[in-house]
Design a protein around this ligand. Sequence first.
Ligand code: ADP
Ligand code: ZN
Length: 731
Amino acid sequence: MSGVSFFDSGDLVGVLTTQPLDRLLDYRAPEGGCMTGAFVEVPLGPRKVLGVVWGPGQGNFDITKVRSVIRVLDTPAMQGGMRDFLGRVADYTMTPMPAMLRLATRAPGLGDPPSMRKVYRLGRGAPDRETDARRRVLAVLRDYGGLSFTLGELAEMAGVSTSVIKGLVKQGVVVEEVAPRDVPYPPLDPTQGGLTLAKDQASASARLRQKVASGAYGTTLLKGVTGSGKTEVYLEAVAECLAQGRQALVLLPEIALTAEFLHRVEARFGARPAEWHSGVTMTERRRCWRMVGEGGAQFVVGARSALFLPFQNLGLIIVDEEHDTSYKQEDGVIYSARDMAVLRASIDGAQVILASATPSLESWANAEAGKYERLVLTSRFGVAELPQMAAIDMRAEALPANRWISDSLRKEVDARVAKGEQALLFLNRRGYAPVTICRACGHQVGCDQCDARMVEHRFLKRLVCHQCGETKPMPEICPSCEAADRLAPVGPGVERLAEEVAELFPDARVAVLSSDLFGSARALKEQIVAIADGAADIIIGTQLVAKGHNFPLLTLVGVIDADLGLQGSDLRAAERTFQLMRQVSGRAGRAAKKGVALLQTYQPEHPVIRAILAGDEDSFWRAEAGERQAAGVPPYGRLAGIILSSPNVQDVFDLGGDMARRDGPLRAIGAQVYGPAPAPIARIRGRHRVRLLVKVAKGAPLQGALAKWVAQFRLPKNLRLQIDIDPQSFY
Ligand code: ADP
Ligand code: ZN
């Protein structure tokens, strides 16, 4: 597929479009010809659509009706490696190619002429009056030798108000001009700003630099407790990659992480990287996409879909917090960004670094098997030590109803607050209460569209369905028995916990960190920075706080319900709980003061809880690996989930049953089919859901067999069949 040819004007070319068609379309090459990989605009019925020249035309259309490519877009052609990558992800995930191309072109107006904006660069002469502010502006412009900046960028970099720059423009010392919006990102300097590394950091970074310099593919698991300095180490690998003139990509699981991260990049390399995630504006998205393709972006920080940017010379991909579940895209193209990062790097001859304090069992097993190299940072950087961990046995605490903070935990929090330190209370449940029940008839208020209970959000003054996002006001009477004033909240969410905290600690300043309490990612970032600076005594947080933020004053973590994740039969329940508890506990004692993590649990003897407390990771992983191996499940066997959904409940069960019976193609490769069973959430947005699970030995040709199997059935109208290769969650 990677061969490149040139097609003369009028030659027949096969074009992959973003439209949901199951084949390439034939067109004639436009005037001036075009190359394989060229981004083009083609006519399709009355419309113009985006496409990529994929190869020669197939000639199986009526030749007299073949139309011409309208134009070749002014953007570098998609490289062979990228085409190869998209094809292989499509094969692996069983995704049609047009959907892959959509994923790879998710920026607006790629075909539009360049949009313009005002930029500022160095002019002539000297200002009439030298001020500090003016000197700083000119210093920035000189440092970047002739580059242009937007008003905002320049003001920020020089630390001046925009009026200072406008004043210099009046005198001609700075020139204002109109330039295309899609300008290159400021260059990064790999030689500046590195810290003096601790011994294990230095040897890890030397090894990574060596691997990056080799120019070949390889994957490294960089393991180290939170605060051990992994970020610092992998930025060294980025420096090497930049020095080699290749592009680097860092994937992060959570937008909120980037604020701190961007500052560190700036301190290390003198400028910020390009950003690609849902928090950047559409114009910035377009700039990022184009500059990555043209080589005007050396370093990109992004969410999982950044993996599908058109890098021209990708040398390094870092997947930070590689165990994070948000790397698995669960709808549309269902893929694991971590696994596909390894694929992309192997095609591009790039290095991958998977960084985590608590690697996934998959990566742990790959390292054990020698497929990945493993580098371990054993101590926390500087004086910070891992927190001491202990369980609070809730059976002995005799808590009154509707109270979740035990006396033991309360005393510990009080002690921290009295010393001016921070305490974090962790509860992985958004909203006020997970269940609203009628005390008269026992009815639980559910979502009309989904088979899920609605969660009360007092802050929003509404009930919210966490499956579909549907909201409604709190009913005044029970929807079932119509009794008035009998609806009551059951169980805690972070908002309710905040009420208890306010009662128990009336003088403390309390901050609640939950993704839904902030209007924007920016507001959330600001709050995190303020908390790190000491703006709160007690932090109440969901999973959001488990991820990477640095709170130097935090010395106590109290886990309100350590048993929460152990309920249910999810394959990864133990792994997830182990990781989450360790991540959260790692928030305590990141600076000079020693931290303590206390886990409230009703089952302190549970093997997972004991492994967490003992901090004996290797034995936990070995036990978990042993169980998975015995069961033939990932990473020692393979799974594929099939989800059938339809507004018609009969249809999904009929087809599911039929599929389970006619499983010949799967039996041919030794696979087993389980189900159909109603999905744990049996209805979402009014669609009934049924799951089948396919299990097979590693190495069996799963996708081919799945394709043959599925092709036997005709789908009734409105029935959707989704295939989830390597499912992570089983909702
Ligand atoms: P991790 O990514 O493993 O959680 P970080 O790289 O974020 O660890 O390091 C934890 C803290 O220690 C950060 O504040 C970082 O700036 C600091 N740090 C790490 N390595 C060094 C070093 N060699 N010199 C000075 N500070 C360091
Ligand atoms: Zn719903």
